[in-house]
Design a protein around this ligand. Sequence first.
Ligand SMILES: [Cu+2]
Length: 301
Amino acid sequence: MGRQLRLCAGARRPSPFAVFGVGASAGETASIHIAKLEGGGRPSASVQGRPPRGPRGCPSLIVDTSGSARSNARFRGPCWIVAAGIVAAIALMAVIAPPASAHKGSPNYRSTVRAITPAESGVQVQVLNYDDRLLLINRSGKTVLVRGYDGEPYIRVLGDGAVEVNKNSPAYYLNQDRYGNVTVPSTAQPGATPAWQTLDKTGRYEWHDHRIHYMAKGTPPQVKDRNKRTKIFAWQVPIDVGGRPAKLLGDLYWQPPTGGLPRGALLALAALVFGGIAFVEIVRRRRRQGAPRGKAKAAWG
Ligand SMILES: [Cu+2]
């Protein structure tokens, strides 16, 4: 006995179930339906031309992947309201859940810039997204060079605002992933001649830097009490300003969790709300369908 797929059959407009059930358009759903029937199934009268259809509901078909098919004459409920609930829940999850991009900071940490030493007028640095990225703004009129993990030239922001990255710096590749899980090309070596690529002329650049966050998994051993702000380590990033060595200095802290519902609870709440709406709507419609036509008219107006 094969796995059963429940599909909307004979829909005259794109079916939400088709979209969510099998990831296909109404046309594709129909082709699956036909293929199964030709594979040995015995189409019932309803499949041949009279698909069962409830009032404003989606007629359904149970397709057995072993090759048999049978129509499901019983009204299965309004597809659109269930699908709308799923769409809304997914949309809410997209809002609540963090973006699935390669980079995202951890709200459990705060990385902070303490100083630029020696102090340089017109050079500003800040941490973005908790512990994720450094933002450098250079209005000093001098070239600011950021060095990579082996001291190699990595980024430079020229006095005229030109922003350049060295494609031969291993850091350029390692920083593409929060934990450096990337393959570094053999051409990228700490001692390689820099291959500068100009990105823009904004005088500012932001990049992920492994030096400013906790690279291991789990909770740092420095954290004895998760509800207490705790310093994890001090960090520094070597730079040159106008050809003179300097440093960005900062600190990484463990950040106690703040109040509010955790994400899992919010998702569960959303699922309950939308599931409840869908359930009530289905029951209401089934009752309406089951009631004698005259009485229903009287009851529902
Ligand atoms: Cu990192």
